[in-house]
Write a protein that binds this ligand. Sequence first.
Ligand SMILES: [Zn+2]
Length: 303
Amino acid sequence: MANPDLFWLCLIFMVGASVGSFLNVVILRLPRGESLANPPSHCPACGKTLSFFEMIPVLSYVLLRGKCRYCGRRISPMYPLVESFTGLVFLYLGYRYGLTLTFFRQAVLLSLLLAITVIDIREMLIPDELVLSGAVFWVSLLVLSKVLTTWAQGPLKALSMFAIFTKATAEATFHTTTNQFDAGLLGPPTCSEGLMTSLAQGLLGGALGFLIFLVISLVTRGMGGGDVKLAGMCGLYLGPALTILAVFITFVLGGVAAGLLLLLGKAKTESHIPYGPFIALGTAVSSLWGEQIIRWYLGALLP
Ligand SMILES: [Zn+2]
């Protein structure tokens, strides 16, 4: 290809769209307790198993003009929407972070949040499986980062060559110092990895998110246990400062949406509004632009 950047952009979009394709399976099957692997993808109307060419993300939907090739039933636009949205999210993350650990963490977080959002809107529930896998994943990453850093400074120092290697690897993978906001267009992997909270910070953020939403759910009774657990998982990822920002964004957006829905008569009481999507949105915004928002806010406060 003449322009290698274009090739990378297409590749990363297709990787994201394929992840989105898997998210569709999760969205449809997880709430019903069905296996994610079996049976293979099929038309929900006629049950015909899809061929490889009918499972290409976004493209298949366009080529089939949104209809099943066998029975002609309309395919839900949710499939290409989730696929193309995930593709665009991956594209943005790749553009912003390059192929770094931050890219990987953010991609996992945002994919998880997207699946949770769509499931909560469709079914008014947040599957424990998704929240729990997120929590286990963040804690494992934080522990791994802690172990690598400690080893590099402690026992392995005796084996100096190995220590240098481990330290370099740990720093390259988990470094916490500066943020790199312009990693360039899929340039070489960068050493600086921002936003990687320490284990203590992660646990503090998780406890904070969990407790704030627990108190609110006890006071308002409009929020379910799923929302509280989700807030805890998001807090684990964000750390305390970004968690507080995410809670703030969640309530501003949730309040505006609830007000609009009540005004338009679409919802009778606040209890009929799923909060998962707002927690997800607050977390997404805080994880992507939280540091800039906080810096801007402090700058406005202390000129
Ligand atoms: Zn069909």
